[in-house]
Design a protein. Sequence first.
Length: 281
Amino acid sequence: MLERFERYPLTFGPTPIEKLDRLGKHLGGKVEIYAKREDCNSGLAFGGNKLRKLEYIIPDAIASDADTLVIVGGVQSNHTRMVAAVAAKIGMKCLLVQESWVPHEDVVYDRVGNILLSRILGAEVRLVDEGFDIGIRHSTVTGSTHAGMIVGFALDGRQRNVIGIDASATPAKTKAQVLSIAQRTAMLVEFGTDLVEADGALLEDYAGPCYGIPSEQTKEAIRLCARLEGMITDPVYEGKSMQGMIDLIQKGFFPAGSRVLFAHLGGAPAINGYGCMFRDG
């Protein structure tokens, strides 16, 4: 489906799918839980799903004779970290505009985690006061990964099996954006089938209290996954997705015998910005 698009290789290729056996048994053993380990997809600055789209953006940047990559994101943005890493890899300069998306409490929030890595990678970092708004930027927040999965699963009619856990706390905007990106992607790859609103399931119950701030339930999910599987999830995205998956399994949302695939998209470095919340583990 993507063969006709030029790609600059930045990842190791297809990532492993790992069975989370201990977590599954802890949750009753009625479903099998697997994790798609996109957090292990590259040697570039801890990797992550953002590299998948950068592989298709970079050829245009090179062809245009650009010398600088510019991106906007939050202070602990995974995407800005990845853009900084890619710029270093291909020999370009990098400018990161880091906005105040999260009302953080930790005094080192803007000096650790993703933003620390971006600075080490040589990016020019500009901190600005703009707030969070998915509508003017790029778990499910900006929607591109969720939308891409919908299109991919639609190839064999399974798009409604893709469940997004909202992490934006602005679900109406997010749902509309997921559908829009999915429809444009389907058109671009000449999929040939219309995607409709019902093709993009988005669950709204786990995003609170707001974008970038984990609830107590999210923190417990992060601890549980770490202590049973040694797998680190972050408070912004994967932690909330993990909370949602655990809760859905406990409520019997998935029929007995189901195989549930958790998409780990690689946001773990951001957890360093939340030390005050995990000072006791």
